[in-house]
Design a binder for this molecule. Structure first.
Ligand code: BTN
Length: 327
């Protein structure tokens, strides 16, 4: 019996579906249906069972599971091989281990909690259960390693499109890869790679998203926000993940046509919150300020400096701050 099909029958029209109807649909016994329902309850689904009426699924936006993610998935490759953990050390580490064992391109690992979540620049990514998305994807692009950093920008692009579809109309990208709303960080991406000088073994974009938090500790409240805090309601994390994968698959196909952002640069710049804004470039060789003009095909930020020259800023070397704050 197909679990996703059972769930979609139970959630249809918000009415009860009789045991008899389910037996006939799947061609199995009442006991088999009852067992499948118990299994779904174990996964966290809330199913009402009423004598003489049947079963009904109570929609629950806080629920996240492999079945729930697959139920919304509309991709051909990305996330079709899905591994879900209630708890893991780090989804990036999981994907790297799987990659070494030969897992397929497009493999996705999602966790509800990470005990050793990793952020950029060696920082930790605190990863409690229940409200966030922690996910990492395995990609095997056939290009030179210097092209891989654009994959982080493609990931940010996918997240913004999915977030907007789910109601976060005013979110955007802070170059190169933070997704922000209301001037605060909604999501972070850590992309890791295993490569030789001229060939990539695999690339792992790892994404951490603040989804259903209602508050943050004072310390990070100044710079972090969540979907729930911006929208005023909870968001279904499984649906969000599937929509991100949907947009990622579309844009990744465009990326591998040229192995740069030629086909995506306009869309990326459209969502770039830094565009036209004053930025401070924290270059280790010397800070400077200027106006951000957008990114080029390689994902580098073009900044017009005060003496009217346009400087190309490469993400690996520098970070960028708004003149008046984080964005
Ligand atoms: C950042 O510092 O902004 C990037 C944070 C990336 C966190 C995500 S959560 C899923 C994946 N697993 C990790 O250990 N890190 C990334």
């Amino acid at each position: 019996m197909n679990k996703e099909e059972l769930i979609s029958l139970l959630s249809k029209n918000d009415t009860y579906v009789s045991g008899q109807e389910l037996c006939e649909h799947f061609g199995v016994s009442r006991t088999a249906i009852w067992k499948a329902i118990k299994q779904l309850e174990k996964e966290g689904y809330l199913i009402e069972a009423v004598n003489n009426k049947g079963y009904r699924l109570r929609e629950n936006d806080e629920m996240m599971s492999a079945t729930e993610i697959s139920r919304y998935m509309e991709t051909k490759i990305m996330g079709q091989n899905l591994i879900y953990h209630q708890e893991t050390d780090s989804t990036n580490l999981d994907v790297k281990r799987l990659a070494e064992e030969g897992a397929v391109h497009g493999t996705l690992v999602v966790a509800d909690k990470q005990t050793a979540g990793r952020g950029r620049r060696g920082r930790a990514w605190i990863s409690p259960a229940g409200a966030s998305v922690y996910m990492s994807l395995l990609l095997r692009p056939q290009c030179n390693p210097d092209k891989a950093s654009a994959i982080t920008l493609v990931s940010a692009l996918a997240i913004v499109q999915a977030a907007r579809e789910l109601g976060m109309q005013d979110c955007g990208i802070k170059w190169p890869n933070d997704v922000v709303a209301n001037g605060k960080k909604l999501c972070g991406i850590l992309t890791e790679m295993s490569a030789e000088i001229d060939a990539i073994h695999y690339v792992v974009p790892g994404i951490g998203i603040n989804v259903n938090q209602e508050t943050f500790d004072e310390e990070i409240a100044k710079t972090a926000t969540s979907f729930c805090m911006e929208l005023g309601h909870k968001v279904n994390r499984s649906k969000l993940i599937s929509r991100i994968l949907y947009y990622f698959e579309q844009d990744y196909e465009l990326f591998i046509k040229t192995y740069d952002l030629s086909n995506l640069v306009d869309k990326y710049n459209h969502f770039l919150v830094n565009c036209g804004k004053e930025v401070r470039v924290l270059d280790p060789k010397g800070e400077f300020t200027g106006t951000a003009l957008g990114v080029n095909e390689d994902g580098e930020l073009l900044v017009r400096t005060e003496n009217d020259t346009v400087v190309t800023v490469y993400a690996g070397e520098v970070s960028v701050r708004g003149i008046y704050g984080y964005v």
